[in-house]
Design a protein around this ligand. Structure first.
Ligand code: PLP
Length: 285
């Protein structure tokens, strides 16, 4: 397996960055995880749009043109024989003597790309659905930036793992659910309305979220993008999460309470099928 590090393809196990990389010292960088399905990068353009936006918000330059980024991803996929999994891209402000403010001498942004193979989702998770716990959202006010600064997310996911759960849904000061630690949160109400929190600086606007919003509209389901409370989620008929790694994953337990009848929701599974059919319809750009 190979990785791409600042202009070179190197064996994954030997790939390394400088100890004064600002990503390492300050988490001063951003990333993207692009799913690969049937050998195709899923929603590559929106992922690169979001990457460019994250960089712009932090005043970090793109390390190379968008066309070059696409070539490197494809070359790495080819070298690693990747047909199902992810391409991970990370860009930091680069290497400079440790000092919080931006370096005054221009530094070249550092780019790392890796790939990882992914197994199909476990039949058990899909048949039973997954559990989520809820906890306080202790993140910052720019969750719209896909920053590598992920400590609250790490702590949340660890708390979930310790509770035997798949995800932790985070709760803001108004007692509304923002999102999971690495996935967007959705519920389905008794009147078959699909609800997910509106995208602003309080959540990361998932690429899967956006793709699914389009599909929901095309399929003619009723949709509301708005805050929803923990109580509303616990009383919901169905719940699910979306992300590049889980696609659409049914949630059947929130804290200690089953969602609906405790089985993956019918509409949820229909949306999962619709999303997978969408991925299967994609052709190489
Ligand atoms: N929310 C957070 C905090 C995330 O880290 C992620 C993805 O890792 C998502 C949502 C889902 O985004 P996407 O669908 O682009 O993977």
């Amino acid at each position: 397996r190979q990785a791409y590090v600042n202009g070179r393809y190197t064996p994954h196990n030997d790939a390394a960055v400088h100890i004064e990389d600002r990503g390492y010292q300050f988490a001063d960088g951003v990333y993207e995880v692009v799913p690969v399905y049937n050998g195709i990068l899923v929603d590559e353009e929106p992922h690169l749009d979001r990457l460019e936006r994250s960089l712009r918000e932090l005043q970090i330059e793109m390390p190379m043109s968008r066309a070059a980024m696409k070539l490197v991803s494809r070359e790495l996929m080819r070298r690693n024989n990747l047909s199902r999994g992810f391409v991970y891209m990370q860009i930091t402000r680069g290497v400079a003597p440790r000092d919080h403010k931006f370096p005054t001498k221009p530094t070249a942004p550092a780019l790392v790309m890796t790939t990882r193979q992914m197994k199909p989702h476990s039949a058990e998770a899909l048949e039973k659905g997954v559990k989520v716990i809820t906890l306080r959202d202790i993140r910052w006010e720019r969750c719209d930036i896909k920053s590598v600064s992920l400590l609250p997310n790490v702590l949340g996911k660890q708390a979930a793992a310790e509770a035997g759960a798949y995800e932790a849904w985070q709760i803001d000061d108004e007692d509304n659910i923002t999102e999971g630690t690495s996935a967007n949160a959705w519920i389905v109400t008794d009147s078959d309305t699909v609800v997910t929190r509106h995208a602003n600086n309080g959540i990361l606007n998932g690429i899967t979220r956006m793709a699914l919003l389009d599909l929901i509209e095309k399929e003619g389901f009723t949709l509301e993008e708005r805050p929803f409370s923990v109580e509303e989620a616990r009383a919901a008929r169905e719940a699910f999460v979306t992300s590049s790694s889980s696609f659409v994953m049914p949630v059947t337990q929130i804290d200690d309470k089953p969602v609906g009848n405790g089985h993956p929701g019918l509409l949820t599974m229909k949306l999962r099928e619709t999303y997978i059919a969408y991925m299967n319809s994609l052709k190489e750009a």
